[in-house]
Design a protein around this ligand. Structure first.
Ligand SMILES: O=P(O)(O)OC[C@H]1O[C@H](OP(=O)(O)OP(=O)(O)O)[C@H](O)[C@@H]1O
Ligand code: HPA
Ligand SMILES: [Mg+2]
Length: 175
């Protein structure tokens, strides 16, 4: 409607920024693998795309797992979460490896925020182990293993979504 302020995005509501570099992300994924190594072995890794693809590759490499499947879910349009759309489900082969319930499978995502995405995948694979690199309080109860918790009002900026850019000096009014 004319004159109405646009609804703030999840990122705007979040307020605080938590930028993560490639180096930091790699270190955090390795730390996650140290914890997962105590829980496995796993027959396969299931990456929740797209954000789960990068940690899944690193974790699978460290754990020596070569079977990797994807579950493709879209919900955020940049920073606004809409309805969840399952664009591709778990393959028959991976389902079979998990005995139909996900036992011995490792689900990997970059983060849980509200937990909506994680909840949907948990329903598909109730006996799988769910790991994320980062967790916000609302989604945290859904995750079995994670590395770093950030507050709900923090927005995590991943290295594949960001680029280095010029920052003006403080004396020129930079924040
Ligand atoms: O806990 P939630 O509130 O559901 O949010 C977490 C999900 O949101 C992001 O994915 P997104 O839907 O943006 O897709 P992408 O991985 O393709 O970027 C992130 O990668 C998680 O999968
Ligand atoms: O904090 C976040 N950062 C990036 N993507 C996200 N998707 C949900 N929450 C986030
Ligand atoms: Mg995602």
């Amino acid at each position: 409607m004319a004159g109405e302020a646009p609804e703030p995005s999840a990122q705007e509501r979040a307020g605080k920024a938590f930028p993560v570099s490639w180096d930091q992300f790699h270190r955090d994924c390795r730390a996650l693998t140290w914890r997962l190594n105590e829980v496995g072995p796993f027959h396969a890794v299931i990456a929740i795309t797209r954000g789960g693809l990068v940690p899944a590759a690193i974790v699978a490499r460290e754990l020596g797992v070569r079977v990797i499947d994807t579950v493709c879910i879209a919900s955020y349009d940049h920073t606004k979460q809409g309805d969840l759309h399952v664009l591709k489900g778990i393959s028959e082969a991976a389902m079979k490896l998990g005995g139909g319930t996900g036992k011995g499978l490792l689900i990997v995502d970059d983060l849980v925020d509200t937990g909506k995405t994680g909840k949907l995948v948990r329903e598909m694979l109730p006996d799988a182990h769910f790991a994320t690199v980062y967790a916000k309080p609302k989604g945290r109860p859904l995750v079995d293993t994670f590395i770093t918790e950030v507050s709900q009002d923090t927005w995590i900026f991943f290295p594949w979504d960001t680029a280095l850019s010029y920052h003006p000096p403080l004396r020129d009014g930079a924040a």
